[in-house]
Ligand binder design. Structure first.
Ligand code: BES
Ligand code: MN
Ligand code: ZN
Length: 493
């Protein structure tokens, strides 16, 4: 999809559809009023007769807009004028995208940048517009024998009131398109089933990124090499699987040499049966999404490549299946991690922390300024935060602020939860250094504490995306979160 920035009088801009805001109460204003004036009161009359309202997200088309260069208008309810901010913009534009997607309309121009938005500048309004349109028009039908009709929509113009706004809109649209490409990749990977999206498939996608963009290097570590590196914790998870495990190391050097990289570690369990501690059957299909941490890391790397972003980032993706089988790890088995710490595996379903343990240890050899891991780690995090906030755990106050701010700005929010040493007390073991399972309560925090034993330094953060990485029910599918948060964080370093 294209997102050109438009200048000049709104009513004289040529488009198949003008997307116009309609606020609750009061007379028409701004660009919507300009269109009303140019059409001799057509819009006011349309609203007065009850065909449209300012209810947030309500949409209505007006055809035959004589007097303007738009073929039609799409009025979008935006609620209260004074309360119109980023979230409302996303809801309104999302509704516009859905409405346009059902028509044969191929292009439109949006006029939201002419409004004063509470707490949103032109840059973010453009970025959010692009992300919202791309995401609402996303379809996953590569595995349907008869894919549904593709939306015809291919171009969203962003109208700028002045040249300063035009500059910001252009920057926002470019960043938004890159983020959208990353989100789309993360969603595709998440939505692909485990018989297609294998560890080797993830490695292939990482290789593609390295080949298609500049400043990337890739290495994929196989099981033999993992053994040599002493990654007993990671290897213990893949024992029951036939599909070979992969540790993907994708290095992006966009900043001048010498700058310390940020390390991103993504949990890449391509299917989580629970292993010998097997999961109950209900909704087990959703465990194909257990590689969404990995997908978000690869999506973020793609966005950085698209943008030629001036940062150094090293992506580490431990990828394998968690399967039962004759060679599978048993509850009670004790393994030695690459860090030298021994782990008693009391529950083979607490496998995410086991693969991340060795990936975090490995990350340290790149001397990163920050290590951020992203994982669909615990059901407990879903219980605590639902599908609204990603769980953030960190021992670094400054990093907490940066990540929380990035989440707020990109409307991909995180909420901080604790990971203090007290949460590790219930993971004591009589036989090994500690166990991989804690007490019944605060499971998201004990899991985070387990990881902190391997990150073992300041500048580490853990994002538990078990709730936010995918939706259930009718809208079942990967969300691409937290690609927007991660890209925003990296662009603001
Ligand atoms: N991948 C799951 C976490 C998960 C469960 C995410 C449900 C989203 C929805 C993880 O590997 C897991 O099984 N965690 C266990 C840990 C427990 C055994 C300590 C959990 O949360 O139940
Ligand atoms: Mn599990
Ligand atoms: Zn898992």
């Amino acid at each position: 999809m294209q997102f050109p920035v438009k200048r000049g009088a709104p009513v004289s801009q040529k488009s198949a559809c003008a997307i116009l805001p309609l606020f609750d109460g009061g007379p028409l204003q701004g660009v919507t009023l300009d269109f009303d004036t140019a059409t001799a009161g057509r819009i006011a009359q349309f609203v007065k007769s009850g065909n449209a309202s300012g209810t947030l997200g309500r949409t209505a088309f007006i055809h035959d807009l004589n007097g303007t260069d738009a073929d039609c208008a799409l009025l979008v309810g935006c609620a209260e004028r004074d309360e119109f901010g980023a979230k409302q913009l996303r809801t309104a534009l999302g509704a516009a995208a859905v409405a346009l997607g059902k028509t044969g309309i191929g292009n439109a121009i949006a006029y939201f940048a002419h409004e004063r938005l509470a707490g949103v500048d032109a840059y973010y309004s453009a970025r959010l517009s692009v992300e919202t349109f791309s995401s609402k028009l996303y379809r996953f039908d590569e595995l349907k024998s008869k894919p549904g009709p593709r939306p015809k929509f291919s171009r969203l113009g962003l109208s700028a009131p002045d040249s300063d706004a035009a500059r910001k809109l252009r920057r926002g649209a470019a960043d938004g398109a890159a983020i959208a490409a990353g989100v789309e990749l993360a969603r595709d990977l998440g939505n692909r089933p485990a018989n297609i999206c294998t560890p080797a498939h993830l490695a292939g996608v990482a290789r593609e990124i390295a080949n298609n963009y500049e400043d990337f290097e890739i290495e994929v570590i196989d099981e033999l090499e993992m053994q040599k590196l002493g990654m007993g914790s990671l290897l213990s998870v893949t024992h029951g699987a036939e599909e070979p495990a992969q540790l993907i190391v994708l290095n992006y050097r966009g900043a001048p040499n010498g700058a310390q990289p940020v390390a991103l570690c993504g949990k890449g369990i391509t299917f989580d049966t629970g292993g010998i501690s097997i999961k109950p059957g209900a909704k087990m299909d959703e465990m194909k999404f257990d590689m969404c941490g990995a997908a978000s890391v690869l999506g973020t790397m793609k966005a950085l490549g698209e943008l030629n972003a001036p940062v150094n980032v090293i992506a580490l993706v431990p990828a394998c299946e968690n399967m039962p089988g004759g060679r599978a790890t048993r509850p009670g088995d004790i393994v030695r991690s690459m860090s030298g710490q021994t782990i008693e595996i009391l529950n083979t379903d607490a496998e995410g922390r086991l693969i991340l343990a060795d990936a975090l240890t490995y990350a340290k050899r790149f001397e990163p300024s920050h290590i951020i891991d992203i994982a669909t780690l615990t059901g407990a995090c879903v219980m605590a935060l639902g599908k609204v906030y990603t769980g953030l755990f960190t021992n670094d106050e400054e990093l907490a602020v940066r990540l929380l701010d990035a989440g707020r700005r990109s409307l991909d929010p995180a909420w901080r939860l604790p990971a203090d040493d007290e949460y590790g007390e219930s993971m004591k073991s009589n036989f090994a250094d500690f166990a991989n399972l804690g007490a019944r309560y605060a499971g998201a925090s004990s899991a985070a504490h387990f990881l902190s034993r391997f990150a073992d330094r300041k500048g580490w953060a853990h994002l538990d995306i078990a709730g936010t990485a995918w939706l259930e029910g009718e809208r079942k599918g990967a969300t691409g979160r937290p690609v927007p948060l991660l890209v925003d964080f990296l662009l603001n370093l």
